[in-house]
Design a protein around this ligand. Structure first.
Ligand code: PLP
Length: 391
C-alpha cells in the first residue's frame, strides 16, 4: 500500500492507461474481450491475471479502476463494484451465509437493508437477532459462539445513531464472526472502519461517491480471500455487477468527493448549530452536536458529524408544511447529493414499517431528514428559517 494520503489516492489510485496515454480514465464500454488463441482463452478461464478480463459481469478495466481506487481509500485489500448499494449489501451477506447460520444486526437500518435481513435471509433459513445498536450489552447478549455475521450501519438512517465500530467488532471477533459495516453516512472521507475492526465495508456509491444524483452504484470492500473467494463468484454469477459507464462516473466522483463532503459537512454542522435553539423545532439531531448522545464517539471514530442532520417539526402536518414551504431544498429521498434534500422518512423511506417499529426507532411523525448539499450555507439556513416561521 502506498503512503499517499486519501486525497491523493482519490485522484490517482487504480489508473490503467490504454496505449493512448489518456489523462482522464477511459470508459471501456465493452461486454467482453478477445483472446489471441483458443489456448489463451482456456488459460484465462483457468486463472485470469490482474489485467486480464473475460466478461464485463466478471470484471472490466474501467470498473477495476474504480474498485482499486476505493479499496485504496478505505484501506481494504480489494473491492467488488456492484450495480447499486443494495446489490452490495445483499452480495456481502448472501454470498457468505447459509441455512442454519446466525446473524446479529442493529435494528435501526435503511428500509431495504432491513428487508434483506428480515425477509430474505430468514426465508433461506438464516436466523437473525436484532439489537439496539448503541447498546453494547445488547450486542454482548445476542452474539453467540456460532454467530457468523455481525451487521450494522455505522450511522443509522434516519435517526443518526452512531455505532461503536471498534467495540462491536471486538465482540464479534471474539466468536469468529465477520463484521460487516454499511458505511454510507460515514462516507469514505471520514471512515477508518477497517482499521477500527470492520472486516467488510459496504457503500452505496449512489450517495457521496457520485454525489450528483446521476447513477446507482455500490461496492463491497474486504480481504482478497473474502472478495475473490466468496463475493466475486456470487456476484459474477448472479448479475449484480457495476456497468463500466457507471464506474467511470464513480471514478470521477471520487476525485472531488473530499472537497464536496467536507464542504457539505461544514454546512451541516452550521445548520445544526443555528437550528438547535429554534423553539419551533422539538429537536435537532446531528452527530457533531454536543447534545448528541454519541458526540464523543463520533469525534473519536470519524472526527466529523457527516452531511446529514434531522429535525423534528412536532407532527406530520407540520413536517409536510415545512417541506412544502422550502424553495431551495428539494423534496426527494437521495442523500449526499450536491443538491440539498429534505425527506419525510415516516411516509416515504420507512413507510413500510409498522407504527410501533417506527416509534421504537425514533422515527417520529414530525421527523425530517436533511441531506446538506453544496449551496451557500446562509441561503439554506434562510430557506429553512422561512419555512419554520410558517409553522
Ligand atoms: C441508500 C442506501 C443504501 C442503498 O443504496 P442504493 O444505491 O440506493 O441501492 C444502503 N444503505 C444505506 C445506509 C443507504 O443510505
Amino acid at each position: 500500500m502506498k503512503t499517499w494520503k486519501k486525497r491523493t489516492k482519490a485522484v490517482h489510485e487504480g489508473v490503467r492507461r490504454s496505449q493512448y496515454n489518456e489523462v482522464s480514465e477511459a470508459i471501456f464500454l465493452t461486454q467482453g474481450f478477445v483472446y489471441d488463441t483458443a489456448e489463451a482463452a482456456e488459460a484465462r478461464f483457468i486463472e485470469a491475471g490482474a489485467d486480464e478480463f473475460i466478461y464485463a459481469r466478471y470484471g472490466n478495466p474501467t470498473v477495476a479502476m474504480f474498485e482499486d481506487r476505493i479499496a485504496a481509500l478505505e484501506g481494504a485489500e480489494v473491492g467488488f463494484a456492484t450495480a447499486s448499494g443494495m446489490a452490495a449489501v445483499n452480495g456481502a451477506l448472501t454470498s457468505m451465509l447459509r441455512a442454519g447460520d446466525h446473524v446479529v444486526s442493529a435494528r435501526a437500518l435503511f428500509g431495504s437493508c432491513l428487508y434483506i435481513l428480515e425477509e430474505i435471509l430468514t426465508r433461506y433459513g438464516v436466523e437473525v437477532t436484532f439489537v439496539d445498536g448503541t447498546d453494547l450489552n445488547a450486542w454482548k447478549a445476542a452474539i453467540r459462539p456460532e454467530t457468523k455475521v455481525v451487521f450494522f450501519e455505522s450511522i443509522s438512517n434516519p435517526t443518526l445513531e452512531v455505532i461503536d465500530i471498534e467495540a462491536v467488532a471486538k465482540l464479534g471477533h471474539a466468536v469468529g464472526a465477520t463484521v460487516v459495516v454499511d458505511n454510507v453516512f460515514a462516507t469514505p472521507v471520514f471512515s477508518d472502519a477497517i482499521a477500527q475492526g470492520a472486516d467488510v465495508v459496504v457503500y452505496s456509491a449512489t450517495k457521496h461517491i457520485d454525489g450528483q444524483g446521476r447513477a446507482l452504484g455500490g461496492v463491497i470492500l474486504g480481504t482478497k480471500e473474502y472478495i475473490r473467494g466468496t463475493v466475486e463468484p456470487y456476484m459474477k454469477h448472479t448479475g449484480g455487477s457495476m456497468s463500466p459507464f457507471t464506474a467511470w462516473m464513480m471514478l470521477k466522483g471520487l476525485e472531488t468527493m473530499d472537497l464536496r463532503v467536507r464542504a457539505q459537512t461544514r454546512t451541516a454542522l452550521y445548520l445544526a448549530q443555528q437550528l438547535e435553539a429554534d423553539a419551533a423545532l422539538s429537536h435537532v439531531i446531528y452527530p457533531g452536536l454536543e447534545s448528541h448522545p454519541q458526540c464523543a464517539l463520533t469525534m473519536a471514530q470519524m472526527e466529523e458529524g457527516g452531511t446529514v442532520l434531522a429535525i423534528d417539526a412536532g407532527s406530520q402536518a407540520a413536517a409536510f408544511k415545512l417541506l412544502n414551504a422550502l424553495e431551495i431544498w428539494t423534496i426527494s429521498n437521495n442523500l449526499g447529493d450536491a443538491k440539498s434534500i429534505g425527506t419525510h422518512p415516516a411516509t416515504t423511506t420507512h413507510q413500510r414499517l409498522s407504527e410501533e417499529t417506527r416509534a421504537m426507532l425514533g422515527i417520529t411523525p414530525g421527523l425530517i431528514r436533511l441531506s446538506v448539499g453544496l449551496e451557500d450555507p446562509d441561503d439554506l439556513l434562510n430557506d429553512l428559517r422561512g419555512a419554520i416561521t410558517q409553522l
